[in-house]
Design a protein around this ligand. Structure first.
Ligand code: FAD
Length: 341
């Protein structure tokens, strides 16, 4: 589906730094559209350490990753940003009129006056198991890397693969709604919370979940035309194979980050970082700014607090790019206030 949008600033990445940039833009009266590959905001804080306390956010002696994100989203909310989640920006082009066209993996097209790249270490995506034919069953939901709706698995045969928290937690959650849950892991030991692992062992003992150990994913069988999965083939290291009857395969092998298409945008890239002028956070392409973990300059600190300040610098510079002939006066938030306060 092709959707078209137009905005002042497109922000690539909804991590902590991208979210604060939304607020800064709003304070200057600029509208934002924010795109993230993940289907939630929060970047590394939400995806990698939602429950870990952070100790070096100014004025928060201690705050968890998810709490920080919730507060940043709330701070940005009065400015009504538009979020395009679950999609990767795959194309960024500067047009002759000095504006930009962005295109995402699901076909969303955005016209923006300036672009702020807050892409961290790149787009988050699932680590996929090395097996052929995965794509044939992804679109239909036969193979899924995130569980969106538990109810989709009611009465279904589900093969869960992996040995970490996601695999164990979803096995525990789905076993009483699904017709059958298999857990495929290559060794008896799980890397999940001890409490969850113990629950899994008890359910396996009681015959409620079938453990398929020590096996690894080998292949998929089903109707490739319709994407209807029928069996997941698993194998031991010795090559003994087993076909598990299945409607769904849920491989949980963690998240990977890939810079992906950003490498092809003609920016001044050095070992996965974008070189910027620190005062403005502008990249080698006028109108494109980079902030947060992905931005680099001399003595750069990869800290959330530095990213916040970089966001303020980038947004002020982006405003000058958008309105080159206007003169702006610096104002404090205590003077301007925010909407609905
Ligand atoms: P990220 O948080 O990485 O977010 C970038 C987002 O951009 C991602 O969601 C990604 O999916 C998206 N994205 C990338 N490319 C695309 C694309 N092409 N299209 C769409 N979306 C895209 N920092 C501290 O200051 N203090 C700490 O105590 C601290 N503890 C940490 C503990 C751990 C375990 C980890 C992993 C990190 C820690 N950090 C800490 C670092 C901190 O999390 C990062 O500095 C911060 O997340 C960077 O924010 P960001 O917004 O620049 O990027």
């Amino acid at each position: 589906s092709e959707v078209s949008h137009s905005t002042d600033i497109a922000i690539i990445g909804a991590g902590p730094v991208g979210l604060f940039a939304v607020f800064e833009a709003g304070m200057l009266g600029l509208k934002t559209h924010v795109i993230d590959a993940l289907d939630m905001v929060g970047g590394q804080c939400s995806a990698l350490y939602p429950e870990k306390p952070i100790f070096d956010i100014p004025a928060h002696p201690q705050i968890t990753g998810q709490d920080l994100i919730d507060k940043l989203a709330k701070q940005a909310a009065p400015f009504e940003p538009t979020y395009h989640l679950g999609q990767q920006v795959i194309k960024l082009e500067k047009r002759d009129d000095g504006r930009f066209t962005l295109e995402t993996s699901v076909g969303t097209k955005i016209d923006a006056g300036a672009v702020v790249i807050a892409a961290g270490c790149g787009a988050f995506g699932p680590n996929k198991p090395p097996m052929e034919g995965l794509e044939d069953f992804e679109g239909s939901g036969g193979v899924q890397y995130y569980v969106k709706r538990r109810a989709d698995f009611a009465g279904k045969k589900v093969v869960i693969a992996g040995g970490g928290d996601s695999a164990v937690d979803w096995a525990l959650s789905l076993h009483d709604i699904a017709d059958k849950v298999y857990v495929v892991h290559r060794r008896p030991k799980f890397r999940a919370a001890p409490d969850s692992s113990a629950k899994l062992a008890a359910l396996a003992e009681a015959g409620k979940i079938e453990m398929v150990i020590p096996y690894q994913l080998k292949g998929l069988k089903g109707d490739t035309a319709s994407g209807k999965l029928s069996h997941v083939t698993v194998a031991t290291l010795k090559g003994e194979e087993l076909d598990l009857e299945a409607d769904h395969l849920l491989p949980f092998f963690g998240l990977a980050m890939e810079l992906g298409p950003i490498a092809d945008w003609g920016l001044n890239l050095d070992r996965n970082h974008i070189g910027v002028t620190q005062a403005t956070m502008e990249t080698s392409v006028p109108g494109i700014f980079a902030i947060g973990d992905i931005a680099n300059y001399e003595h750069k600190l990869k800290l959330i607090l530095s990213g916040f300040a970089e966001g303020a610098s980038a947004i002020h510079a982006a405003r000058s790019y958008l309105f080159p002939d206007k003169e702006f006066h610096f104002e404090y938030s205590t003077t301007t206030g925010v909407p609905n306060e």
